[in-house]
Design a protein around this ligand. Structure first.
Ligand code: FCB
Length: 472
């Protein structure tokens, strides 16, 4: 490649941004919505930074038209959003609430009117509290309830949404929700992690079958995973084994049954002391293994795993929060090294090469399956200057490096179809509340005013030109 030559993406590459319902909507008790596990968790003292909740968030529920105008102004081509389960089916059972469905009908119509492709995620972590009260994801029935909810949303929006994702990052739902407890519902039960992972996989499989029944034939169905990009600290067999264990727990526990129809044997072995896996019934793996139209990949950073050092204090630089309980069921003693100096405001190391690696991995593993980057982005401590502008050159640099890494993958033949930047707006960053800003649009959480940062302008220009400028 010639120096200073812009590098170009395929003409039909889909450029979007991503958000999730609980992180932006607010209106938590409006129009029939009942609490989800995140409403309960954020109200539990000590769980979320300074007791922040999603009660108001970005108030997107009332300001969605302005937000859509903003996307259109920036020239974004697609929008990945999630549907709040307790907004459309409050108890997680039975009939839908029309007002909830109407909101998403209006939202998707508004997107289409502006020429923006809606990309819908059914589950971005907001389980109706009543289903958690009945046992949550460790209970098999939750998967069946999810399929019923998928039918409701599929029937209501199938005429206007062509891109469907069942689950976002089931790893976080299972391992952070039921293992380390840093996410809702905050349980710390090793065997429940494995049960939750299985029932999330089953939920994906059952919902995919239902969506195939109710959606028009041209609808695309996929799942979004956050595969571990895990590197062994050294080439020693012990460090390589540590990396293998983490890969099994974060990635293959989902990707193997979803893409290949069976749980990995090494995972079952690594976790044998925790569970006999009798919760997997005959036929489940086949039910999970449904033909898919795309795989969504979320990427933020790689991790470096090493063998247990024998120290009592296990290094937990695994990027998944600092709860007292390890999420790494059966491999709790694996340690994580922090080698990269440059970090985002989350403390996550900045290393774009991991994005190329994860895209190449899945491109080799499932060559026929189109890939999308469904999330990528960075939190920085952005400040508004005296003139009311927000300059975020560090985010621009992060995005440029990662898009360059995506181009490296494309140039090596990866069937990468699009990129959804996390996130459109600063929003409720789960256990970190509003203290971490991921948006390309700044949100003042007092006034709720939106101000595009310089990264939004940069991204907008990239979308318009389709080529990656060498410099800002
Ligand atoms: C991902 C989540 C998303 C957001 C980003 C920073 O794990 O899917 O909601 O919080 O991390």
């Amino acid at each position: 490649m010639t120096e200073n030559q812009p590098r170009t993406f395929p003409a039909d590459f889909l450029w979007g941004s991503a958000t999730a319902a609980y992180q932006i909507e607010g209106a938590a008790a409006e129009d029939g919505r009942t609490p989800s596990i995140w409403d309960t968790f954020s109200r539990t003292p000590g769980k979320v930074y300074e007791g922040h909740t999603g009660d108001v968030a970005c108030d997107h529920y009332h300001r969605w038209q302005d937000d859509l105008d903003l996307m259109a102004e920036l020239g974004l081509e697609a929008y990945r959003f999630s549907v709040s389960w307790p907004r459309v089916q409050p108890t997680g059972r039975g009939p839908a609430v029309q007002r909830g469905l109407d909101f998403y009908r209006a939202l998707t119509d508004g997107l289409l009117e502006r020429g923006i492709t809606p990309a819908l995620t059914l589950y971005h972590w907001d389980l109706p509290q009543e289903l958690e009260d009945a046992g949550g994801w460790p209970v098999r029935e939750t998967a069946e309830r999810f399929a019923e909810y998928a039918r409701i949303v599929g029937e209501a929006l199938g005429d206007r949404v062509k891109m469907w994702t069942t689950l976002n990052e089931p790893f976080c739902s299972a391992f952070l929700g039921y293992g380390s407890g840093v996410h809702a519902p905050g349980r710390t039960e090793p065997e429940s992690v494995l049960k939750a992972a299985h029932h999330l996989n089953l939920a994906h499989g059952l919902a995919t079958q239902v969506l195939r029944e109710v959606l028009p034939r041209d609808a695309a169905i996929g799942i979004t995973l956050n595969p571990a990009v895990v590197r062994p600290h050294t080439d020693s067999p012990e460090d390589r084994d540590a990396a293998r264990r983490i890969d099994a727990l974060q990635t293959r526990i989902f990707s193997d049954p979803v893409l290949h129809g069976a749980y990995p044997a090494d995972l079952r072995q690594d976790t044998a002391a925790v569970s006999d896996w009798s919760f997997v019934r005959d036929g489940d793996e086949a039910a999970i293994h449904q033909p898919l139209d795309f795989l969504g990949i979320n990427y933020y950073n790689p991790v470096v795993a090493s063998a247990p050092s024998g120290s009592d204090v296990v290094a937990r630089n695994d990027g998944h929060g600092s709860g007292e309980h390890s999420p790494w069921v059966g491999s709790e003693q694996v340690e994580f090294q922090m080698l990269t100096a440059e970090r985002t405001d989350m403390g996550w190391p900045i290393d774009a090469s991991g994005l190329t690696d994860v895209l190449l991995r899945f491109s080799r593993e499932v060559p026929q399956l189109p890939l999308y980057i469904t999330e990528n982005g960075a939190a920085f401590d952005d400040k508004m200057d005296g003139s009311g502008a927000v300059h975020d050159p560090n985010r621009v640099a992060y995005l440029r490096d990662h898009l360059s890494a995506a181009l490296d993958a494309l140039e090596q033949g990866v069937d990468l179809r699009g990129y959804f930047l996390w996130s459109l707006l600063d929003n409720f960053e789960w256990a970190y509340g509003y203290s971490k800003r991921f948006g390309v649009v700044h949100v003042d959480f007092e006034t709720l005013k939106r101000t595009p940062k310089s990264s939004a302008r940069w991204y907008s220009e990239l979308v318009r030109s389709g080529s990656l400028p060498d410099r800002d």
